[in-house]
Design a protein around this ligand. Structure first.
Ligand code: PLP
Length: 397
């Protein structure tokens, strides 16, 4: 590890085990020349892998045309991207920003504007236990886990919390200050906990009956990751607004919210904005990601690869039943849940060439790029199986 790392970088992240210098396809390379199978995808960001030729060429061409000009001007790449997103999500409009937290921040502000139109009282959103919506003060207020909130209170007093997949508890939370419900279709940081289709359909009906907004945070589950363009599309529901980011830019920062047709003109000129949001470079990167998803049929292929991985994980769960308690997730957003802290297993996997990422509740996230090859999946399973063998042996010593 470069000693300057600890001297010059703020202490807000755990000390990293590797220094990464290069990425290609499903692999990362470190400064000591070692090669790792990357099943973190930069936490569900590099969904088309590292250095995809089409992405690199598109972004390089754009660098030579224009990088930034601000939203004082119409930007062809931005308009093109907005149209493509509307075609994939539903009739409505797009507001661009730069990250997942910013997208949720915009969605929370959107709910405030709708609330004010309804009644001055209405400002509260009901969110799910174990949800994660980002680190800005608004998005953090919507995040219930004390781990993220500690030290930053008082936060916004606009969120109530109910357990995921418990429709009755969500319903009981509604009061005359409630303006909507905000959920992840699959909780990422919370431990790959899937919001069941019937639950999402129940929430949709509840929102319709009670005149509430239904807001979805698809920041981690979006952009093909779950075998649908967005995670909630599996359940056939129609939300009022959706937040996306992470995988959208393929590694270049970009976020967005989609607003359904009913609400798409709630924001007025000057009511919200950002200097960088939807820049020519960010949008060309995102357009290149969508090109690859479409041209390489990645949504369908994600489902096929998922079936294979889930079968293999289920086999490992049977074989190592004393270690693995659950296999969770959908598409290529999967987790092995183990009955102890995940740090040791993550370390053994890394030492054997596979990078994965932990999540709450002893979950180990496997987030390969959607472009991952069959032989790379087989390699990952082999490494996981031998790492579980090592951990089991260590435990029985
Ligand atoms: N929402 C969800 C569901 C996330 O998983 C994350 C990040 O992990 C965020 C929001 C915040 O995104 P960002 O880190 O880009 O601000």
């Amino acid at each position: 590890m470069n000693l300057d790392h600890t001297q010059y970088l703020a202490n807000n992240y755990a000390l990293p085990a590797l220094e990464i210098t290069r990425g290609k396809g499903s692999y990362l390379f470190d400064s000591e020349g070692r090669k790792f199978l990357d099943f973190t995808s930069g936490i569900a960001v590099t969904n088309i892998g590292h250095g995809h030729e089409h992405w690199v060429n598109t972004v390089s061409d754009q660098l030579n045309k224009i990088v930034h000009c601000s939203n004082l001007f119409s930007i062809p790449e931005q308009v093109k991207l907005a149209k493509r997103l509307v075609n994939k999500i539903g009739r409505g409009k797009i507001l661009f920003c730069n990250s997942g937290a910013e997208a949720n921040e915009a969605m929370i502000k959107f709910s405030r504007l709708v609330g004010k139109e309804n009644s001055p009282k209405k400002h509260k959103l009901i969110v799910a236990e174990n949800g994660f919506h980002g680190r800005t003060m608004g998005a953090l207020s919507a995040t219930s886990s004390p781990k993220y909130r500690e030290g930053f209170e008082p936060l916004l007093d606009s969120f109530s919390i109910a357990p995921l997949n418990d429709l009755e508890k969500f319903s009981n939370m509604i009061d005359d200050q409630t303006i909507g419900i905000m959920l992840e279709s699959i909780q990422g940081e919370g431990g790959i906990r899937v919001a069941e289709n019937e639950f999402l359909q129940g929430i949709e009906k509840l929102c319709k009956d009670k005149n509430l907004l239904f807001l979805l945070d698809e920041v981690q589950a979006g952009i093909g990751r779950t075998g649908n363009f967005l995670g909630y599309q599996e359940s056939g529901i129609s939300p009022d607004a959706v937040a996306i980011a992470k995988g959208l830019g393929g590694g270049f920062p970009i976020g967005a919210i989609w607003l359904s047709e009913k609400w798409c003109d709630v924001f007025k000129p000057g009511s919200h904005g950002t200097t960088f949001g939807g820049s020519p470079l960010a949008c060309s990167a995102a357009n290149a990601v969508l090109d690859v998803i479409e041209q390489e049929d990645l949504i369908i292929k994600t489902r096929e690869k998922s079936t294979f991985l889930i079968e293999e994980f289920s086999r490992l769960k049977k074989k190592y039943s004393e270690l693995i308690t659950e296999v969770r997730g959908r598409g290529l957003m999967l987790a092995l849940v183990i009955n102890e802290d995940t740090k040791e297993l993550i370390k053994i996997l890394r030492q054997n060439g596979l990078l994965v990422v932990g999540a709450a509740g002893n979950a180990i996230r496997f987030l390969p790029p959607l472009t991952v090859k069959k032989d790379e999946l087989i390699e990952a399973i082999k490494i996981t199986e031998s790492a579980l063998e090592i951990l089991q042996r260590e435990k029985t010593k």
